[in-house]
Design a protein around this ligand. Structure first.
Ligand SMILES: CC(C)(COP(=O)(O)OP(=O)(O)OC[C@H]1O[C@@H](n2cnc3c(N)ncnc32)[C@H](O)[C@@H]1OP(=O)(O)O)[C@@H](O)C(=O)NCCC(=O)NCCS
Length: 207
């Protein structure tokens, strides 16, 4: 298998992941894909080579787009087109669980503890802490510095904002958005946007 990774999404998150891969795996050749940047341009010294994830060739793919629904759509389209996926764990010495699902990225400073399970296409962003026995379903995004106490269960496509905290054993229903700095102290069963301490529902999900 090629030691080349295509990061689809050359925005802020993609540049973060590229920088961390360069630092941690300097032998890896990185290129970008992006629907909005011209093929042939460069971003942080890496060439943009693909306009859609389905046409990625000679590289394994990670979709580096923070939006959960879009990341899910692009990853699934790429898999259906036969594109192989990669996984990136910036600090394997802080990762104490089974490997995450395909396309997932666990960024610098994050800690993942015993028996946590992480599905496909998940972003565990820099400095997030996933405690023992948490179950993170596919295409969640755990923003920098958030903390999930032990046994927490996240449904698919949940977003946990920067610095948010979730008490142990909470169940969070799919697609929930938890605002930056929130403290979730009980289960969330109604999809929506939640913020504050304790976290309360402030809005319905868009769309
Ligand atoms: C929660 C969030 C998604 C809401 O965004 P939004 O729907 O655009 O909401 P608005 O900015 O219109 O704010 C609506 C109300 O909620 C409040 N609010 C918004 N975010 C809040 C937060 N994180 N904590 C507490 N209150 C918050 C606003 O003050 C506003 O209150 P008001 O109606 O009394 O004026 C967003 O503010 C947020 O926290 N995003 C996470 C950002 C992040 O962590 N990014 C990391 C990327 S890697």
């Amino acid at each position: 298998m090629s030691d080349r990774i295509c990061l689809f999404g050359a925005g802020g998150h993609g540049r973060v992941v590229a920088g961390q891969i360069k630092a941690r795996l300097p032998q890896t050749d990185i290129c970008f894909g992006d629907a909005q940047k011209p093929v042939g341009s460069t971003v942080n010294g890496c060439s943009v080579e693909f306009a859609t994830p389905q046409v990625v060739r000679d590289a394994r793919l990670i979709v580096t787009i923070g939006d959960n629904a879009l990341r899910a759509r692009l990853q699934q389209a790429a898999i259906e087109a036969g594109v192989p996926m990669a996984v990136f764990i910036a600090d394997p010495d802080r990762y104490f669980a089974e490997p995450p699902g395909e396309g997932s990225m666990v960024l610098a400073g994050a800690v993942v503890n015993s028996d946590a399970r992480i599905g496909a296409g998940v972003i565990v962003n820099s400095g997030a802490i996933i405690e023992h026995d948490c179950a993170i379903d596919v295409f969640c995004h755990l923003a920098p510095g958030c903390i999930l106490a032990g046994d927490t269960v996240l449904g698919a496509c949940v977003f946990v904002g920067a610095g948010a905290r979730i008490v142990n054993q909470a169940r969070i229903t799919a697609r929930t958005v938890i605002g930056a700095g929130a403290t979730v102290i009980r289960d969330i069963t109604e999809p929506g946007i939640y913020a504050g301490t304790p976290a309360r529902r402030i809005a319905a999900l868009p769309g």
